[in-house]
Design a binder for this molecule. Sequence first.
Ligand code: ADP
Ligand code: ZN
Ligand code: ZN
Length: 740
Amino acid sequence: MNEVFVRIALDHPLPTLFDYRCDPALAPEPGMLASVPFGKRQVVGLIWEVAATSEVPADRLRDVRAVCHAVAPLAGEWLELVTFAADYYQRSPGEVALPALPQALREPARWSRLEEPPRTFRLTDEGRTALPDALPPRASALRRLAAALAERAALDAADARAINAKALSVLSEWVASGWVETIDRPSASALPAGRPVLTDEQAQAYETIRAARGFAPFLLHGVTGSGKTEVYLHALDALFTERPDAQALVLVPEINLTPQFEAAFRARFAALHGPASVVTLHSGMADGERARSWLAAHRGHARIVLGTRLAVLASLPRLALVVVDEEHDPAYKQQEGLRYSARDLAVWRAKQLSIPVVLGSATPSLESWWHAGQGRYRRLTLARRAVADAALPAVRMIDLEDERRRGRASVDGLSGPLVGALKARVERGEQSLVFLNRRGYAPVLACDACGWVAGCPRCSAYVVLHKPESAMRCHHCGWETRIPRACPDCGNVDLAPLGRGTQRVEETLAALVPGARVLRIDADSTRRKGSAQALFSDVHAGEVDILVGTQMIAKGHDFRRVSLVGVLNADAALFSHDFRAGERLFAQLMQVSGRAGRAGLPGEVLVQTRYPRHALYQALSRHDYVGFADATLGERRDARLPPFVYQALLRAEARTLEGALAFLQQACVALAEIGTADRVTVYDPVPMTIVKVANVHRAQLLVESGSRAALLATLRAWQPALRATKGALRWSLEVDPLDI
Ligand code: ADP
Ligand code: ZN
Ligand code: ZN
């Protein structure tokens, strides 16, 4: 027989595999990449199946052009992960699989450069003594390999393969055992960094994780500064001691947090497992770098893959432990393309492989808290900070109404008590952090005389004033213009910036606290690659007195000299129409508060608010996550909101709002004809809160059910009708949306 057939996943929305004819000499296997013609183009797809026949008529079958042999096929388990994600998030397998691969794998011209560089091996001193005794008596092929290593100064990969076909995988096991080292990648000689003695709570959490067998989801609920990282490090250490070839996946929510973790992991594990044992994966990496990390994971050289949400789709053939740090963080949700939750997929992978997964947070998502309450996740608690005499900070409200009544006006949004507290820290040489979740100078520029407000011509939104850049910028579409000198409607030159963002607070603080070194960290000040890292190092090095920033400064950082945190402009979220706004605000404030007083300096948090007695702030000042979570879950249950129901959103974009709504209306009619599964509720189409972005109008429709299976079955049945519905520029289905 001189032809076989392959079924290939392509990055195309049709939820199907595409059949091609293939020359058997190309030796196709499932999990390999192939270059194929598609329409007039040549594209790369993933071989899903190889078959002896095809249902497609011979004259319509086209030929596979090339198959990539430089990279070992993706494992069946990985294809299963993709299948699950595609089905759950209502996408085609190719739409999940191909974007998850590094660009280099999707370009046939680059395939040849992906070949693994030949490696050279030699015995270590330890191997010279231990290896002969460790070999089983009749393993003659292994003995020949060991003898060759003992005789020669170095053995290259080709010679090794000539001795024994499986030599390379044997050698990598011996490398993992410390008996053999590779000369191109020598193992580091640094001693392992000292391991601190675990606190009782840490030890108990760690022992429980270590003893786990099979699928074991843990919710590690540890207050800020309780030393969750140390629990992860111990768990990893125990894993590698038991299984030297195992791999672990560690997810963090933000690119900015990877260097801190990477340093800790490398310090702890480099000496044990070689410098290439820790790799990072995130979207800020250059193409080539990302491909190297991905391949190291895929080839099993990387023991720890540390990454942001996209790393959850990495190929990890020996995955044995998963950690999701700050599991509550909304950044784990991808908001475009495949709208997946990396946290949820991480749990699914652990279940698929029957391994433990540790979800860590000081403020778990209510979904995870609910699972723990139901006994589906096992709860591990760290109630105290790890560093001796580092207590949780004292949280106080500054009542802005009261300040006003007493005639103590705030200067540009900064109250007297907060400014006083900042000055005191600067005098004592301690650091402070001022948090507000709005970048730019001012969110609105308005004319007092006629009421004109600077809006974006392309969006239903105001433009934000950016003073250092002398620009007005739309945060929704990126549209930019110069700051007008006068009101375009009435000519008034006295335009007033209303409200404040980080740039304005930075400016005000420089004036109010003379001599203080003020640094701003937000998406604008860190736009250039590497600049966030440089700014954070300045903070760690003590070269900053007051750090002003958005949620970028709130997360995970272990600032050792911060003793004061000020919170501005938090009130708006208390009255948001978004039912998750309270949960999100509470988590952010707990996180940012957690930056204070981590290393023994008494910490203080001052929250400026008009509602000092609001239940959320009261819970915050008691550090009472549990009270807040249980009360909020009670409200969600009464209101029939997630996690007590499952939701999906159909969104449509059109030239006009009427067009977007009409599309959704037709979709509703189509769904009524198909008939929804039992207990599925379909709501009316509504415009989105910011209805127009970049001249496109947006509307959405919510579908909801108490049964996840019923919801998914409905969406699946609906898809063909949606594809046939006309009138929208774009539409998308999102399962488990975070913003509705
Ligand atoms: P979390 O992630 O829980 O907020 P971290 O993991 O950042 O906390 O740890 C907080 C601080 O406590 C870090 O500076 C860490 O080095 C320190 N630490 C953690 N465990 C211990 C321990 N057992 N003994 C002493 N210091 C510890
Ligand atoms: Zn005007
Ligand atoms: Zn805009």
